[in-house]
Design a protein around this ligand. Structure first.
Ligand code: C2E
Ligand code: CA
Ligand code: CA
Length: 570
């Protein structure tokens, strides 16, 4: 058996010379090929498939081309090809199959097994040389491209290449459902410090390898900093549980088994949506679980993404809208339960968005509470209410106390509260103190209780009456009620709606409030039946559509005047 010619003994092993592996069991054939090609190439030789496999495994990186005979002992050409096909690295070596007889069936089988081309014996030296040159050139152009497109450590696509191939992947699977995923290794920047650069590199390599192995159902990229990006075919059974299990499995064999990975999953990806937009949405969504110790997954779909997009728009437009006067204040009357006399109102903000039209406070208030804009908006509402009341008083309009809403943020912002207090001290007579009230939400009570209480105290020190809003929605603590510096309890609409089934609860709330010297307002009262029940239970005031919807300022003025004319102001 002839040993492979080591590169060192190959004639004129110039660095620029490419290396060709000749695999043939007939010695004379090997020598012939060597003779024909050695002026241009380094030649390695193997006498059967098994030997060739050994050489390939050691030197696949140096071998530019393999010339392969089919009929050989030990491992046939076809068997060798199929072994190579199962290996990402070996299959990167281009193969020209040498056939002796006319057997097109065999040839197409070889092409299927990954061979690049074939050539018939006996060779025309001229054709052989050209085919070899052409193939090597083609393959090298391919691998140069691959080097630019792939991140070196993981072997996965880099960002640009990923987006490019993801589009192609999508086209190839047109009509099928896809899921887009971003996976982020938690605290990646500290891993190197804790486990060492090499361990982290190995971790990345393994993760990359896992993604490469599933490349018929997914394509994957590496964005750097421990961030992976994939586009997957949405198969039956690929659920969140499946992903979690897969991840656990992967991490179990990883060099950093304790590493945590967070996932953002958009599923399914709408056919008409730009991929870049989809991944942007995932990134945004993942912000929410970034700091969380318990949540490692966000899964969402198009509905939520549209919701996100809308939130983005609202946030982008809010400041301009405030300047342009798109926000305005409406007033919802409050009536005395006993006789229906008008006894107050709540100021509620409205947004007439220039493009989207009326946007509900239920939508934008939580957004502004998150992004902090609620402070500015509440300053606007309070100032508006203050100015309008001052003007009405000057004009002789019969006014009633108006309450404005204080968001959680307002009450934790001491400088804002101090500002309100100062205004009240400076202009004691513009609007008498008893005419401006504050509604604060119960959900406040869960955090920063001390600061909250301190600021409430400040408001009360300048005679703000405090109404506790939304009582009975969610977290209600009757026990702490006694300790709160408040004047009024507002029963939540939800509680009013359950009057039929939970009358004893409502009764208990009202009794307790009265024992504590608090006034009780019921919100969201829509029917005569609700009104009658509340009245019977001793509820003091009623707010809701039964009496009136929130009214624009001019209609509210008319409402005030009408009630005054009928002697119906409390
Ligand atoms: P809220 O303070 O509990 O206000 C009562 C909400 O119930 C208002 O919704 C009002 O329009 C609605 N409502 C009143 N009566 C009825 C009724 O009989 N039936 C029904 N179905 N609904 C009724 P709106 O105006 O959409 O406000 C929603 C929430 O937004 C308010 O709940 C409040 O928490 C917040 N909000 C509104 N304006 C402001 C503001 O200027 N500043 C702050 N911080 N929050 C505000
Ligand atoms: Ca309120
Ligand atoms: Ca309320």
């Amino acid at each position: 058996m002839i040993q492979a010619t080591p590169a060192s003994t190959a004639p004129a092993a110039q660095p620029s010379k490419r290396t060709i592996l000749v695999v043939d069991d007939v010695e004379i054939n090997r020598d012939m090929l060597e003779l024909q090609l050695q002026d241009e190439y380094n030649i390695l030789k193997a006498a059967d498939g098994l030997e060739a496999l050994g050489i390939l495994k050691e030197r696949y990186g140096d071998i530019s081309l393999m010339l392969l005979d089919l009929v050989m002992p030990n491992l046939t050409g076809e068997e060798l090809l199929s072994r190579m096909q199962g290996d990402k690295l070996l299959s990167s070596v281009p193969v020209v199959v040498m056939t002796s007889e006319d057997s097109s069936e065999k040839e197409s089988r070889c092409l299927e097994l990954g061979a690049s081309d074939f050539i018939r014996k006996p060779f025309d030296p001229f054709i052989l040389r050209h085919r070899v040159r052409g193939l090597i050139r083609l393959h090298e152009a391919d691998s140069a491209l691959a080097a630019i497109e792939r991140e070196s450590l993981t072997g996965l696509y880099n960002r640009e290449a990923f987006i490019h191939y993801a589009r192609a992947f999508r086209k190839k699977h047109a009509g099928k459902q896809l899921a887009a995923v971003i996976a982020t290794i938690v605290d990646f920047e500290y891993l190197a410090e804790r486990f060492g650069e090499e361990t982290v590199a190995e971790h990345l390599r393994q993760t990359g390898k896992m993604f490469l192995e599933v490349d018929d159902v997914a394509i994957a990229g590496y964005l750097g900093e421990g961030r992976f990006i994939t586009l997957n075919l949405l198969m039956d059974g690929m659920s969140l549980d499946w992903m979690k299990a897969t991840m656990r499995e992967l991490l179990a064999s990883s060099p950093i088994p304790s590493a945590r990975v967070k996932f953002g999953i958009y599923s399914p990806v709408p056919q008409d949506r730009e991929l870049a937009q989809v991944y942007r949405a995932i990134n945004l969504k993942m912000q929410a679980i970034k700091q969380s110790y318990s949540e490692d997954y966000v899964v969402f779909g198009v509905d939520e993404e549209e919701h996100l997009e809308r939130r983005r728009q609202l946030a982008a437009d809010m400041e301009a809208s405030l300047k342009n006067g798109d926000f305005y204040v409406v007033f919802q009357p409050k009536h005395r339960a006993a006789d229906g006399a008008l006894c107050g109102a709540e100021a509620l903000v409205r947004w007439n968005h220039p493009r989207l039209g009326a946007v509900s406070p239920g939508e934008f208030i939580p957004l502004f509470e998150e992004n902090g804009f609620i402070n500015q908006l509440d300053v606007f509402v309070h100032t508006r209410v203050y100015r309008m009341m001052k003007k009405w008083l000057q004009e002789g309009v019969p006014v009633v106390p108006v309450s404005a809403n204080f968001s959680r943020r307002d009450l934790l912002d001491s400088s804002y509260i101090d500002y309100l207090v100062d205004i009240r001290r400076e202009f004691p007579n513009d609007v008498p103190a008893h005419l401006l009230r504050a509604e604060v939400t119960e959900s406040l009570l869960t955090q920063d209780l001390e600061l909250f209480l301190e600021n409430l105290g400040k408001l009360r020190s300048v005679d703000y009456k405090i109404e506790l809003d939304d009582f009975g929605s969610g977290y209600s603590n009757l026990a702490t009620l006694a300790d709160l510096p408040i004047d009024t309890l507002k029963l939540d609409m939800g509680l009013v709606r359950t009057l039929n089934t939970k009358e004893p609860v409502v009764r208990h709330c009202i009794e307790l409030a009265h024992d504590l010297g608090l006034c009780v307002v019921a919100e969201g009262v829509e029917t005569q039946e609700q009104l009658d029940k509340l009245r019977a239970l001793g509820c003091d005031k009623i707010q809701g559509y039964y009496f009136s919807r929130p009214l624009p300022a001019d209609e509210f003025i008319t409402y005030l005047k009408d009630h005054a004319a009928r002697g119906m102001i409390a």
